[in-house]
Design a protein around this ligand. Sequence first.
Ligand SMILES: Cc1cc2nc3c(=O)[nH]c(=O)nc-3n(C[C@H](O)[C@H](O)[C@H](O)COP(=O)(O)OP(=O)(O)OC[C@H]3O[C@@H](n4cnc5c(N)ncnc54)[C@H](O)[C@@H]3O)c2cc1C
Length: 300
Amino acid sequence: MNDGVLSFDAEFEARIKRDEPMSRHTSWHIGGPADVYFSPRDRADLLAFLASLPPDTPLFWLGLGSNLLVRDGGIRGVVLDTSGLARLERSNDTTITCEAGVPCARLARQCIKWGLAPAEFFAGIPGTLGGALFMNAGAFGGETWPRVRSVDVCDARGVDRRRDAREYSYGYRHIVPPAPGEYFLAASLEFEYRPGITEEGMRQLLARRKETQPIGEWSCGSTFTNPPGDHAARLIDAAGLKGTRIGDIMVSPKHANFLVNVEAATAADVERLVALIQHEVERQSGVKLVPEFRTVGEPL
Ligand SMILES: Cc1cc2nc3c(=O)[nH]c(=O)nc-3n(C[C@H](O)[C@H](O)[C@H](O)COP(=O)(O)OP(=O)(O)OC[C@H]3O[C@@H](n4cnc5c(N)ncnc54)[C@H](O)[C@@H]3O)c2cc1C
């Protein structure tokens, strides 16, 4: 690091982007610039890049940005785009190996082709396997970690290792890793062999969801986790907040737990609307809603 500007080995310097708008990489289409944005070609390239970095380089691992609020001042340090971690293979009758950058929708479709179930729930998660592992994503009654047998992880220096899934504990939309500072490279997932399954069940689940959620609009999916025994959407609706708008961010009239970027919302607008919802719901029902999405970066 020199005068706050990150510098890289020549082979990587030519391939990095500087001041990359993160609004291009989040499903909310919101976010200021990343100092440095790098897309490794594959696992070996990623580990070599990490090994070449000065030890104190701030790192942020990016999947499909579908659970992410990047603040308007952007991200200091390096954003690692994991889309090059794209291998998906069948290891035996019931087990697959999937790299972290594989979109969950691709994982679901491929498992169905291989006759492996239950995997169709992955189609409801519009992120990568890495993002799904990070927060134990789930949909349609299924969730990620019960299928995991082992994960390949690495640290910020690019040193990789395999860990047994039993080293992690997990719950609703969170996990507790055995060590801090590790990132997911790949996972081994186990399913049941059910030859003859088709994509029809998956298509029906997605069609039903489209009737009740603003799919296709710019959002991060569910904004708040469901509090025990209740639904965030019900509480927001009961507080009379459907359709409430700050700048260009609005509580979806279709589903109260979705905040939709109507056109050019800022992260500051989102944070203001989130705070307003939390305040109003707590005032009216006594429940403090907890955001499900992850907030990163600096304010303007
Ligand atoms: C329309 C819509 C519907 C949604 N529906 C659902 C749903 O039904 N269920 C559900 O659970 N979620 C849902 N989501 C939220 C989101 O898709 C999931 O949380 C998903 O798992 C995020 O994955 P991602 O690749 O986009 O992660 P990102 O948003 O890119 O990142 C999220 C976090 O994961 C970390 N991360 C990403 N990759 C790695 C890695 N390889 N190693 C370590 N950390 C990593 C990032 O650093 C970040 O902290 C929805 C989102 C949208 C937009």
